[in-house]
Design a protein around this ligand. Structure first.
Ligand code: ADP
Ligand code: MG
Length: 368
């Protein structure tokens, strides 16, 4: 089932006097395709949880509409929306077994939805099997690892066979290895069940790795919607460029002048199709090519970090915003840098993103 958000807005009154309202979600217009996993991505405080709470009905919007398929659910209470919700903290009942935790949402179903004890146990078993904890049904939450607890929480969200699954930073309480494993698990479950899913995270790598589409937001406003690779390859503004990618994009002060793109005083590319102006030049770490003599970008070498498959050349440049220029060079393209103090790079045009200094919006260009 697809989800549509139309002009969805949530304002909170500011607790400090004479301060403007906080607009946690600002005029969201978004269509979430049926059966897909959407990653809602942005820094802490940008309104991700508010957006999820609006979707599930825990919060009422100030303005706008939410459609599930053809149904307008904007005014429908949470329990009637058919939504499964998984929080960052697993919020399991400590005194109940895994089995009881999972069946809990089924206990209070009324009327035609009411289930017999046997039906509930069957449903709980199926949900548990999906997240591979069917062997742990008699344990208490304290007898489970963090990853297992989060699986119980996911099974509990799935047991009502929701039309929509909402996950609010579900992996943040897990250690690095479990985080990786559990995110693959979530992807598998989503593909198997084909439930339309919204996954909230502040971790760009997490969002990029499991989402069909990512929605990048900042201060309550959607910045860009697209497939992860598209957004990475074509960020629409400086914020999105900086938010995606590890190590982060290198941002330099520069200008476009007479068909050349300058980083500081170095003319790094011949370009067409963009007017002369002051710009921010973003270069992805993998966008540098190490040159012995001919590279147009002159940097001062600070160090070389060997990472096995790749080598990271760390340098500085007077036009660099921030501390160091970090490039990733694959090991086979490495040249000897011993005793060097300067390094010279060329840049790959597809890895260079140019933004207006005034608006911070992307400036399209063609490399000659
Ligand atoms: P995120 O989940 O992206 O970290 P939130 O949705 O929790 O962000 O919060 C977005 C903004 O709305 C923040 O500035 C937060 O302080 C504010 N906010 C969230 N809930 C409330 C509330 N109940 N009352 C007032 N302000 C709130
Ligand atoms: Mg949050």
């Amino acid at each position: 089932m697809k989800i549509e958000l139309k002009h969805l807005t949530k304002r909170f009154p500011n607790r400090s006097k004479n301060q403007p309202d906080v607009i946690a979600v600002n005029d969201f217009n978004l269509e979430i395709p049926s059966g897909k996993l959407i990653g809602l991505l942005g820094p802490s405080g940008c309104g991700k949880s508010t957006a999820l709470n609006l979707l599930c009905g825990l919060l009422k919007p100030t303005e706008g509409q939410i459609l599930f398929g053809e149904d307008d659910v904007t005014k429908l209470p949470a329990e009637k929306r058919g939504v499964g919700f998984v929080f960052q903290s697993y919020a399991l009942y400590p005194h109940l077994t895994v089995q009881q935790n999972i069946t809990f949402p089924l206990e209070n179903l009324k009327g035609k939805d009411k289930l017999t004890r046997e039906q509930m146990q069957k449903r709980a078993y199926e949900a548990a099997k999906l997240v591979q904890i069917e062997g742990l049904m008699d344990r208490k939450p304290s007898e489970l690892s963090g990853g297992q607890q989060q699986r119980v929480a996911i099974a509990r969200a799935l047991v009502k066979m929701p039309r929509v699954l909402l996950l609010d930073e579900p992996l943040s309480n897990l250690d690095a290895r479990l985080r990786l494993q559990t995110r693959e698990e979530i992807r598998r479950i989503q593909k198997e069940t084909k439930i339309t899913t919204v996954f909230v995270t502040h971790d760009q790598e997490e969002a990029m790795s499991i989402s069909d589409l990512i929605v990048v937001m900042k201060d309550g406003v959607i910045q860009q919607i697209g497939k992860p690779q598209e957004v990475y390859d074509r960020p629409l503004n400086l914020f999105v460029a900086k938010f995606l990618g590890t190590p982060p994009i290198n941002v330099f002060s520069g200008r476009i002048c007479a068909g050349k793109l300058f980083i500081g005083e170095d003319a790094v590319l011949d370009i067409d199709g963009a007017e002369d102006q002051e710009v921010w030049v973003g270069v992805r770490p993998e966008g540098f090519v190490l040159k012995e003599q001919s590279g147009p970008l002159h940097c001062t070498l600070s160090g070389v970090e060997v990472m096995g498959r790749d080598i990271s050349v760390v340098a500085s440049h007077p036009a660099m915003q921030g501390t160091t220029v970090r490039s990733i060079i694959s090991a086979e393209n490495m040249v000897e840098l011993e005793d060097e103090t300067t390094v010279r790079f060329a840049v790959k045009p597809s890895k260079v993103h140019v933004f207006s200094k005034k608006t911070e919006l992307r400036i399209p260009f063609e490399a000659k």
